[in-house]
Design a protein around this ligand. Structure first.
Ligand SMILES: [Cu+2]
Length: 492
């Protein structure tokens, strides 16, 4: 980033106020540090018990507070700038509070006095500060915490208001610091505490702006133009595509009550937070003290939060989404809650029947996508299999299912498919062109439509290699040559 670019951006974003705050703070912070090395001198109530705050990495939340009195809580949060995974094959230089995006979860009690230490790792290239929305006072702490690389600043605040609050960096250009992942949540429990629940999790949405398209491989730089236009490339929960799916999914057991502390770092988008297949029994809208009951979707503003609670009565997978739904299925805002337990057929029966209603003259649909994204290039079979798995999860799994088992009568199996194993080139053609009409797979007749997906040759080679090397299929590697040959041949 050139500095001229930054200052232009800062002006465009109307950040003059923050800029001034930072100028003042950088002077005053240095002065206080020089004169006053014992920070506890400035603590208001020296007789309070001193507690070192335990901070957690998302999606975990610190244990509920059981003490019945205020304390002096010492919070130490270290800023880092580090390259981490944004999506499979896609890296990004994140700026973090505590090494994760969102930053570490802070849990305190109303009327606690917090001694807040902001550390900025010596390897950082930029100064940072912190504005905690739980703070009453100018800048929410930003004007007291401007911290150069390798420095540590300290300020105290008293948590007057209970609630769930966002914290974020407020160093110019503020939008860029937030867009790089500098946000997190701080919970100020009311004096009487929150009602006990069985599971608590920390989920925070954020939008990311990369030079490359969604899924474009490599280390992706921040794109200021896209950020100014508020057109994110990625919208994700907990800092990366897939940070709450597969092995990273959050879990509960049937009958448990789950509480989600939901934040939205933005910097730009408002989240329409929803859990598919659940109704929030309770929502504390905007993280405040009121409770709404029986809510389907709750708005979480940029720089805002909400607490949602629901009892999970039926086992299965529940999908966390931003119901501005292209963000979920095309930009990454998809999480998963796995609920274990025995079936609950009286509440949810599962499918009872399925009849085919096929309009006359239906044709193969093309997935609307401008052009296939540039995929990461595989240089051996193992890499093809690994990359192909991502292509499969994103493009095929919805129909052919997680283990390639298909759905009887609707989507043919890819696992042990004779159609596939008997003639791999024909199967590649199916993926390249789509397929319509009657086929027989493992003795079962399918007469349905597979859409033509916009995939690059590289992606098709990867996904077919992945399929061939899983679920009892015959193995082998699909080459780019095979794919381009299949593309050139006539569709069935
Ligand atoms: Cu920052």
């Amino acid at each position: 980033m050139k500095s001229s670019h930054l200052s232009k951006a800062a002006q465009l974003m109307g950040l003059a106020i923050y800029g001034i705050g930072i100028l003042f703070s950088s002077c005053s912070t240095q002065a206080t540090q020089a004169e006053n090395t014992d920070v506890s001198v400035r603590t208001v109530s020296a007789e309070l018990p001193v507690i070192e705050a335990e901070l957690t990495t998302p999606p975990m939340v610190p244990a509920p507070i059981t003490r019945k009195h205020p304390a002096k809580v010492v919070v130490r949060l270290e800023v880092t700038e580090e390259v981490k995974r944004l999506a499979d094959g896609v890296d990004y230089t994140f700026w973090t509070f505590g090494g994760s995006v969102p930053g570490k979860f802070i849990r305190i009690r109303q009327n606690d006095e917090v001694e807040f230490h902001l550390l900025n790792h010596p390897d950082s290239k930029n100064p940072h500060n912190i504005d905690l929305h739980a703070v009453t006072g100018p800048g929410g702490g930003a004007s007291s915490t401007f911290t150069a690389p390798g420095h540590e600043t300290v300020f105290n605040f008293k948590a007057l208001n209970p609630g769930l609050y966002v914290y974020h960096c407020a160093t110019a250009p503020v939008g860029m610091h937030i867009a790089n992942g500098m946000y997190g949540l701080i919970l100020v429990e009311p004096e009487e505490g929150l009602p006990a629940v069985d599971k608590e999790y920390y989920v925070m949405q954020g939008d990311f702006y990369t030079k490359g398209k969604f899924g474009e491989a490599g280390l992706q730089p921040f794109d200021m133009e896209k950020a100014l236009d508020e057109k994110p490339t990625y919208v994700v929960f907990n800092g990366a595509v897939g940070s709450l799916t597969g092995d990273n999914a959050i879990t509960a057991k049937k009958g448990e009550t789950v509480r989600l502390y939901v934040g939205n770092g933005g910097p730009s988008l408002i989240s329409s937070f929803h859990v598919i297949g659940e109704i929030f029994d309770k929502v504390y809208p905007e993280g405040g003290s009121n409770v709404n009951t029986n809510v389907q979707t709750t708005l979480v503003p940029a720089g805002g939060a909400a607490i949602t609670e629901f009892k999970v009565e039926v086992p299965g997978n529940y999908v966390l989404v931003d119901h501005s739904i292209f963000r979920t299925f095309n930009k990454g805002a998809l999480g998963m809650l796995k609920v274990e337990g025995s079936e609950e057929l009286a509440i949810y029966s599962g499918q009872i029947s399925d009849k085919v209603l096929k309009p006359e003259g239906s044709t193969i649909q093309e997935m609307p996508m401008a052009e296939a994204p540039k995929a990461q290039v595989a240089n051996n079979k193992d890499m093809r299999i690994a990359l192909g798995k991502t292509v499969y999860v994103q493009n095929c799994q919805a129909c052919h299912q997680a283990e390639g088992q298909g759905i009887q009568g609707a989507f043919p199996p890819l696992a042990k498919s004779d159609f596939l194993n008997d003639n791999v080139d024909r199967a590649i053609g199916v993926v390249a062109h789509g397929l319509e009409g009657q086929i027989k797979v493992n003795g079962e007749v399918y007469n349905s439509t597979m859409p033509k997906l916009k995939l690059s040759d590289e992606q098709i080679a990867n996904v077919m290699t992945f399929v061939l090397n899983n679920w009892g299929n015959k193995g082998g590697e699909v080459t780019l040559k095979q794919v381009s040959k299949a593309r050139a041949s006539n569709p069935h």
